[in-house]
Design a protein. Structure first.
Length: 85
């Protein structure tokens, strides 16, 4: 979990607690809690999708680096052509 996501969740929880305490004491705010959980789920789904995209990009970059390293092992490959007339 990244720090921005944790801070966003903490802010949501603090808002819920602040609203319930100042609105006549501590009570269960089911609607607020439900919205906070739904927002957290959306943020979690978004983070998971971004992580999957990042992993795909990293895999593609790794594969191209491996190909470049394999080509550098035989640097003269493909530089000479044998021709007979």
């Amino acid at each position: 979990m990244n720090i921005k996501k944790i801070n966003a969740i903490v802010d949501i929880i603090n808002d819920i607690l602040h609203n319930t305490i100042w609105n006549g004491g501590i009570s269960m705010d089911i609607a607020g809690l439900s919205m906070a959980l739904a927002q957290t789920k959306v943020m979690n789904d978004f983070s998971t999708a971004m992580l999957a995209k990042s992993m795909d990009t990293t895999e593609a970059i790794s594969e191209s680096m491996i190909q470049m390293m394999e080509q550098s092992v035989t640097p003269n490959l493909g530089t000479n052509i044998d021709i007979r007339l």
